[in-house]
Design a protein around this ligand. Structure first.
Ligand SMILES: C[S@@+](CC[C@H](N)C(=O)[O-])C[C@H]1O[C@@H](n2cnc3c(N)ncnc32)[C@H](O)[C@@H]1O
Length: 518
């Protein structure tokens, strides 16, 4: 048997079959294949966890065209493979794959894995389960899966759980004692509520060996936007205490960061994505940014196209200056992270932008400011009935938000241009407020009174904020596939900031701590 040739044929087949389906159809059945290199890495790491002389009984509950079976053939000797079984629900992939693997010994079975009676036990379960979101499953299907997995998990899985969660639970009954499983799953289970059942299972029912999380911008699948992890465990009750290997980044064989974490720490930690980059104790001790700043998302205007105007647009429409408040443009239009101001408080930037901010009732606007009234009237058919506007009175009224001296971009992409950090900290000397593409940081009284005494402190605090390690920010910010990050106010508030306390108390910059943070 020529494995290389079969794998080449499989890749051609995979590409053809994928191309015959729309993205929506593939999403519904979670049809995103594992790249060859990754499948082989997972196989060789998993084989390393089995005794070297043990024969292999392989199971892939969601086999597709057979990326893992192919990788098994490439990494284990043929003689060692006693049995290989795969399940697939979709004949679109199944029928051609059965032809491809004919004569290789693979027992390729068509059917919904979640409704199968557990059969022969496998000592090597390798799976990239379908990442089907809960809303693609019928209510009845969800209930039957919740019922079926409750025994394994020891708790009922929350309704928001994706199909992959149930695959994991249902495979348990197919595992031989001391068998090894490797699951390529979305990283989100480590942080979200519905992941609790999975974590309980991993800590209580089996022996969790290792979790590798890929760097968020290293999306493992070219065609699906997910941040992935591989989980390895042994089907054996956990020892009284043990450590789990957490690795992050790089490749499976050569991870960028590696740490052993005690199962007791894992049991206490709600967000496992804190590992291995920063340990619980580091995260939980010392002052946080939220001790010094009140953090709010920038304002939601209701319709930026309508309410945000350049000076030229505002003057062309005759809108009086008293109804225009400076507002920052989107971060991509800011050249610098420090924003100087004109004497009237307008930001000194290339194209200042203004928020149309009028609190007068419609009758008064109509009577006293006809040009403004004409513009507002033009928004009645399209803007006034939008969700936010419809809930305001009058519909064009904007939130009264003071400017903030420091802002942080709300969204960003790591590994982007010039290795720029995803979240940019901006020092704002102007009176501009900001829309919800920014977080606005308002000094709390302890910091504000120190700044009032020593205005240069603000600059130093901003300098410190710029040096906060990327890892620590990402640790708090939500990570999406493709390296996209969002930072909610609460998450930024939770980032460590002992240095700000030092800056306040010492009255001058802490050279040591600043450079340590760099
Ligand atoms: C993420 S893909 C993985 C395919 C392959 N194992 C790989 O790694 O490239 C998941 C596969 O599971 C199949 N699938 C979806 N629901 C299934 C079910 N209920 N039972 C069995 N297979 C299912 C999909 O059609 C798809 O081929």
């Amino acid at each position: 048997m020529d494995h290389g040739k079969l794998e080449a044929q499989r890749l051609v087949l995979q590409a053809e079959l994928d191309a015959q389906k729309s993205q929506v159809e593939r999403n519904k059945l979670g049809q995103f294949a594992t790249p060859t290199a990754l499948a082989r890495e997972i196989l060789s790491a998993s084989l390393g966890l089995l005794p070297p002389d043990e024969t292999i009984r392989f199971l892939d509950p969601a086999i597709g065209t057979g990326a893992f079976f192919s990788a098994l053939l490439a990494t284990a000797s043929h003689a060692r493979i006693a049995k290989a079984v795969g399940y697939e629900v979709d004949a679109h992939y199944g029928s051609p794959a059965i032809e491809l693997w004919r004569g290789t010994g693979l027992d390729y079975r068509m059917g919904d894995f979640t409704t199968q009676e557990p059969g022969e036990r496998a000592n090597l379960v390798i799976c990239n389960p379908p990442y089907v979101r809960h809303h693609h499953m019928t209510k009845e299907k969800k209930i039957s899966l919740q019922d079926a997995s409750e025994h394994t998990f020891g708790v009922r899985v929350a309704g928001l759980a994706g199909l992959y969660t149930y695959f994991l639970a249902l495979s348990h009954a197919w595992m031989a004692e001391n068998g090894i499983a490797a699951w390529l799953v979305p990283s989100e289970f480590m942080d979200v509520n519905y992941g609790r059942a999975v974590k309980k299972y991993l800590l209580g029912k089996v022996t969790l060996l290792r979790i590798h999380r890929f760097e968020p911008h290293d999306a493992q699948f070219n065609d699906a936007l997910v941040s992935s992890s591989v989980i390895w465990f042994r089907n054996a009750p956990p020892p009284p205490t043990h450590h789990v290997e957490f690795t992050f980044g790089g490749t499976l064989a050569d991870a960028r960061v590696r740490k052993m974490i005690a199962d007791t720490d894992l049991a206490d930690e709600p967000k496992w994505t804190h590992y291995p980059v920063s340990g619980v104790r580091i995260q939980r001790s010392g002052a946080r940014i939220g001790d010094f700043f009140k953090i709010h998302r920038g304002i939601a205007t209701g319709d930026n196209k309508f309410f945000l105007l350049t000076a030229e647009q505002a003057s062309a429409r005759g809108i009086p200056a008293q109804f225009l408040r400076p507002i920052l443009p989107s971060p991509r239009y800011l050249k610098d992270s420090e924003i100087p101001a004109e004497t009237d408080g307008t930001p000194k930037i290339e194209k200042p932008l203004f928020l149309l901010d009028c609190r007068l009732p419609p009758e008064e606007v109509a009577a006293r400011h006809p040009a403004l009234w004409a513009y507002l009237s033009s928004g009645i058919p399209r803007v006034s009935n939008r969700y936010l506007c419809a809930h305001r009175s009058p519909w064009y009224r904007q939130e009264n938000r003071p400017p903030a001296p420091i802002l942080c971009t709300y969204m960003g992409r790591s590994g982007g241009k010039n290795g720029k950090a995803p979240f940019q900290m901006i020092l704002n000397h102007s009176k501009a407020i900001a829309a919800n593409v920014y977080l606005m940081l308002y000094p709390k009284p302890s910091l504000q009174s120190a700044i009032d005494e020593r205005p240069e402190l603000l600059h130093k605090v901003w300098q410190f904020l710029q040096t906060v390690r990327l890892e620590e920010m990402l640790d708090e910010g939500r990570v999406y596939g493709g390296g996209l990050h969002k930072m909610e106010p609460k998450e930024l508030a939770n980032v460590g900031a002992g240095e700000i306390a030092e800056l306040i108390s010492l009255g001058k910059p802490q050279r040591r701590s600043l450079s340590a943070a760099e």
